[in-house]
Design a protein around this ligand. Structure first.
Ligand SMILES: Nc1ncnc2c1ncn2[C@@H]1O[C@H](COP(=O)(O)OP(=O)(O)OP(=O)(O)O)[C@@H](O)[C@H]1O
Ligand SMILES: [Mg+2]
Length: 331
């Protein structure tokens, strides 16, 4: 058999529940029929999904929610990763940091969906999603009925990926020598199936954006290969490709305080303000082309300039601990 020949035909049969066992999530046709029964919320739903773990779904969901909040949008964050709860934990920590510093950090309302199913997700969106402009949903790195439902109800689907071809396997695989696309990955198949079903039922279809996250200047060759593979997959699976956030220790450092680089503007004396990194977060938001942000995004000049008021001793102690921590990292 010619190893280089694309073997995409027949991939859509892969989610046959008979092959996967009775506990397998329903096939796309069932998921989409279920999704069609819900009442559509006014809010725009942005779903961060990739069955591959550790690619930056929660990190990018958090930065998106915060950047949207900075723009004045009302944001609800729903964490479907009830085992790790990374997004809701980080937003909780953010609220704690804000209480300690008393600076009025823009943020998002949030919840962890403990009991999960498609209808329960719809119910929570209907219950607390009203009066919200954007709903940011963070999925775990695994397939489930609720994850499939979230994809089906997305207006924008964001899939962060790592920066080597190995990191793209959930989307698709390419031949190491010819670089041809040889196989679609399970996640790529699933999203394609859901989209095909939505189209077949004349439903609105999500805008699918794959973001290259954690890129490093030292990995140019690997990143080039991955970018080539992504371009092939983008044509085959009909997604847009964009940039997430470059690899930076500073992102991780700030996340542990529930902060982003955007916040350093509001917190006197903590860390060096980095307008280039702020701009990369703003560019991330612009890449999503959300309603009201297409092409322009928010600009740094529009972010709040007001300095925080840190009157209490508690706030000063917290700020100086944070400052010491930030000064230790050189990134
Ligand atoms: N641009 C970045 N620079 C540095 N670290 C990053 C970046 N993006 C993500 N990380 C780090 O990578 C790790 C995994 O990120 P994250 O938890 O967001 O991934 P995930 O896809 O949500 O993972 P999971 O599938 O386990 O939910 C975290 O330690 C996070 O801080
Ligand atoms: Mg996560």
């Amino acid at each position: 058999m010619d190893q280089t020949a694309p073997v995409l035909n027949g991939m859509l049969a892969r989610h046959d529940p008979a092959l996967e066992g009775s506990s397998a999530p329903p096939v796309a046709s069932v998921i989409v029929k279920q999704a069609m029964t819900r009442r559509r919320p006014g809010a725009h739903i942005v779903v961060f999904a990739n069955e591959k773990g550790g690619v930056g779904k929660s990190t990018l969901a958090f930065h998106t929610a915060v950047a949207l909040a900075y723009s004045g949008a009302r944001v609800l964050a729903i964490d479907l990763d009830r085992r790790q709860c990374s997004l809701s934990h980080t937003l909780n920590v953010r609220a704690g940091t804000d209480r300690a510093l008393n600076v009025g950090l823009p943020s998002a309302r949030h919840l962890v969906l403990e009991r999960q199913s498609g209808p329960l997700l719809d119910q929570e969106i209907a219950r607390i999603g009203s009066g919200t402009d954007f709903i940011v949903i963070d999925l775990p790195g695994a397939d489930s009925t609720t994850a499939r439902h979230a994809i089906a109800i997305a207006n924008t689907l964001v899939t962060p990926v790592g920066s080597s071809t190995f990191d793209l396997n959930a989307l698709g695989q390419t031949h190491p020598v010819t670089r041809q696309l040889t196989r679609m990955g399970n996640f790529g198949c699933l999203v394609s199936e859901i989209r095909a079903e939505l189209l077949a039922h004349s439903q609105p279809v999500f805008d699918w954006l794959v973001l290259k996250n954690r890129s490093r200047t030292t990995d140019r060759r690997l990143e080039h290969q991955a970018s080539e593979a992504l371009s092939l997959m983008a044509t085959e699976m009909n997604f847009r490709v964009g940039n997430g956030l470059a690899e930076r220790i500073g992102f991780r450092d700030l996340l542990s305080y529930g902060l982003t680089y955007l916040d350093l503007n509001l917190i006197p004396g903590v860390g060096r303000r980095r307008t280039d990194i702020e701009q990369s977060i703003i560019s991330l938001l612009a890449e999503l082309e959300l309603p009201g942000f297409a092409n322009s995004g928010v600009n740094v000049g529009a972010l709040p300039k007001q300095r925080g008021v840190m009157s209490s001793g508690n706030a000063s102690a917290y700020a100086s601990a944070l400052q010491q921590h930030m000064n230790r990292q050189t990134d």
